[in-house]
Design a protein around this ligand. Structure first.
Ligand code: PLP
Ligand code: TYF
Length: 398
């Protein structure tokens, strides 16, 4: 019966890690997958997380089923982090948040919900976007198109192209937006550009689906929430997927949230009841441990403060690596101007490396990047930076 099953292609990014792990060279660097490594290249276990776990261990709890929509204290804290705890959408009962299996789970539950209730709608994602965006929405049954986003010539945003395209979309189109730290390019709209994007979304009656996987990695926790709050201030329906995978370095715990902004408390109750049905028919209810950690941190002021400091360290370290990479490449005499890497935000940079250059970096130097030229800047550290810069310089010069 399974004879017709075809071999699926490997995930282009996670597949790179498999290739990297199998590489026997001693000098190798994985700039592929979007995971934060500390200054020693190691995945950090945050102090705030360790302390929260110590507290949880000190008062062990039985592990019953969670509510279908997850832990209330977790959902409330996740919502407050996005909107600010005193936002009108919250006080007026217009914000519905459910715990999800990471940001991916939030996208999936959101996509399934929208497909059921807005079956006529199409979805558009940025060109380029995180590959899983297309896959998730297509799997949910949507037609997925793209809107112009990245301008290769300027290494920046094709803002006019983006706005013009959004203006042409039929009302009800679902527009997937990256709240900050765009994956894969690192290019974000400016606050002024966001204003205009929001105005078009509102006037055209589009549905913004804002994906926030990197809150705190751009300019700060509050600063990075500005996009979400801008859209929330419009009083229209908004869908937000958020993730703590990166910001808490809790990739394997699968902690995320899906937040829907509605137009009334009554609508919220109906929306929540349907979201619970979507969750129930997928995995019944979410797991306990990861959300207990995040909830403990966010609801304990001294741990929340510690976490913010640790998040700032991660953010600043990435920025420092951006600066050092740019200056080292210049010092090595590379003619190409890489200063655009400095204005990009978050873990990633569309480096401008061609597929051939990426292949050379891999074959000759054991440096793995995504074929599109995306590099994970947070995988750079003082031990590999010189090697990476020298290798890139070599590839540019010869
Ligand atoms: N959305 C974007 C843009 C991402 O880069 C990621 C990264 O993994 C996710 C969603 C998914 O996050 P999670 O690992 O929490 O599922
Ligand atoms: O883009 C990245 O590298 C991260 C991690 O299917 C990731 O978002 C990559 C691919 C994937 C799931 C997560």
């Amino acid at each position: 019966l399974f004879a017709p099953v075809e071999l699926a292609p490997r995930d282009p990014i996670l597949g790179l890690t498999e290739q990297f792990n199998a590489d026997t060279r001693t000098q190798k660097v994985n700039l592929g997958v979007g995971v934060y490594g500390d200054e020693n290249g190691r995945l950090p276990l945050l102090q705030a997380v360790q302390q929260a776990e110590a507290r949880l261990l000190a008062t062990p709890r039985p592990r019953g089923y969670q509510p279908i929509d997850g832990a209330p204290a977790y959902n409330k804290a996740a919502q407050a982090l996005l909107l600010g705890s005193d936002h009108a959408a919250i006080t007026e009962g217009r914000a519905v948040t459910v715990q999800t299996l990471g940001g991916t789970g939030a996208l999936k539950i959101g996509a399934d919900f929208l497909r059921q209730w807005l079956p006529q709608a199409d979805v558009v994602i940025s060109n380029p976007s995180w590959e899983n965006h297309r896959a998730i929405f297509e799997r949910a049954g949507f037609n997925v198109g793209t809107y112009p986003y990245y301008d290769a010539d300027s290494h920046g945003l094709d803002f006019e192209g983006m706005v013009k395209h959004l203006e042409s979309l039929p009302a009800g189109t679902i527009v997937v937006l990256h709240a900050c730290c765009h994956n894969p390019t690192g290019v974000d709209p400016t606050p002024e550009q966001w204003q205009r994007i929001a105005a078009v979304v509102q006037s055209r009656g589009l549905l913004p689906f804002i994906d926030m996987a990197y809150q705190g990695f751009g300019d700060g926790l509050q600063e990075d929430a500005a996009t979400v709050r801008l859209f929330a201030g419009l009083g229209i329906n908004v869908v937000i997927s958020s993730s703590f995978s990166k910001s808490f370095s809790l990739y394997g715990e699968r902690v995320g949230a899906l937040t829907l902004l509605t137009t009334s408390a009554d609508e919220s109750a109906r929306v929540l009841s349907q979201l619970k049905r979507t969750i129930r028919t997928n995995y019944s209810n979410p797991p306990t441990h990861g959300s207990a950690i995040v909830s403990t941190v966010l609801n304990t002021p001294e741990l929340a403060q510690l976490w913010e400091q640790e998040l700032a360290q991660m953010r600043n370290r990435i920025r420092d690596m951006r600066g050092q990479l740019v200056s080292k490449l210049a010092a090595l005499g590379v003619q190409q101007d890489f200063s655009f890497i400095l204005s990009q935000r978050g873990m990633f940079s569309y480096s401008g490396l061609s597929p051939e250059q990426v292949a050379r970096l891999c074959n000759e130097f054991g440096i793995y990047a995504v074929g599109t030229g995306r590099i994970c800047v947070s995988a750079l550290n003082p031990n590999n930076l010189d090697y990476v810069a020298q290798s890139v310089a070599q590839v540019y010069k010869t």
